[in-house]
Design a binder for this molecule. Structure first.
Ligand SMILES: O=C(CO)[C@H](O)[C@H](O)COP(=O)(O)O
Ligand SMILES: [Co+2]
Length: 239
């Protein structure tokens, strides 16, 4: 049986001028996580928030702060995020791969190749745990599970994040093709937390859960709804 469902509202789609109120609202709706998308304008073409905002949020919510780093140099930020009160840090494996990722190329992306790439990812995964946070590893849609299998098999990862859109923006269309990778991961790792992020809504959630996802990130579906609680309850039921 897959681990319990966790709902992670992505504050990327919330009103950034009212973050504390939105965090309290999500807690009242019964969510477990707040998903915090940190973007550097380099790894993805968007610029959002970092440790100072996480620190401010920490003063207003007991929710698990699930920081999704879409930055080119994730190792630069983990100490500050830990000090700010983050509970989990997820970094992208593509940051450690020298081969450029082209979202429009067909077929799977070639992942980690060299020893130094592998060592870099392993060291960061260990460092996040040493800072008392959960370690997450994220895969862009074209990146295969094999790119992170060594980290998973060594037990260095708490959360596997399968992006179901190309990272960078909320409100994009769910990529169903990613679910084969989710199913492959669930089959190999029955107890692992598997997170899906991008285009998750009452319409798409059933397929994601069926494939084996248990941590459900949703931004526009929750914050764009008139009744956020209703959407959250529907996601929790699996659609
Ligand atoms: O990481 C992200 C984008 O890069 C967001 O977490 C994600 O897109 C959530 O937004 P939505 O649910 O609207 O797709
Ligand atoms: Co995200």
């Amino acid at each position: 049986m897959a681990p319990a469902v966790i709902i992670a509202p992505s504050i990327l789609s919330s009103d950034f001028a009212r973050l504390a109120d939105e965090a309290v609202r999500m807690e009242k709706c019964g969510t477990e996580y707040l998903h915090v998308d940190c973007m550097d304008g380099h790894f993805v073409p968007n610029l959002t928030i970092g440790p100072p905002v996480v620190k401010s949020l920490r003063n207003h919510t007991p929710l698990f702060l699930d920081c999704h780093l879409m930055v080119s140099n994730p190792g630069q930020w983990v100490e500050e995020l830990a000090a700010a009160g983050a509970n989990g840090v997820t970094f992208h494996i593509e940051c450690f791969c020298e081969a450029p990722y082209d979202k429009d190329e067909p077929g799977p992306y070639v992942g980690l190749q060299s020893r130094s790439e592998i060592e870099g990812a392993r060291a960061l995964a260990k460092k996040i745990r040493a800072l008392d946070m959960k370690t997450g590893i994220a895969l862009r849609p074209r990146t295969p599970l094999s790119a992170v299998k060594h980290l998973l098999d060594e037990g260095l990862i708490d959360i596997l994040l399968a992006m179901t859109v190309e990272p960078g923006f909320g409100g994009q269309k769910f990529m169903e093709s990613v679910l084969d990778k989710v199913a492959e991961a669930r089959n190999l790792y029955p107890d692992l937390a598997i997170e899906v992020d991008g285009g998750i809504s009452p319409k798409t959630v059933a397929k994601a859960v069926k494939a084996g996802a248990n941590v459900l990130v949703a931004g526009s579906a929750i914050f764009g709804a008139e009744n956020a609680k209703e959407v959250i309850d529907t996601l929790r039921r699996g659609g």
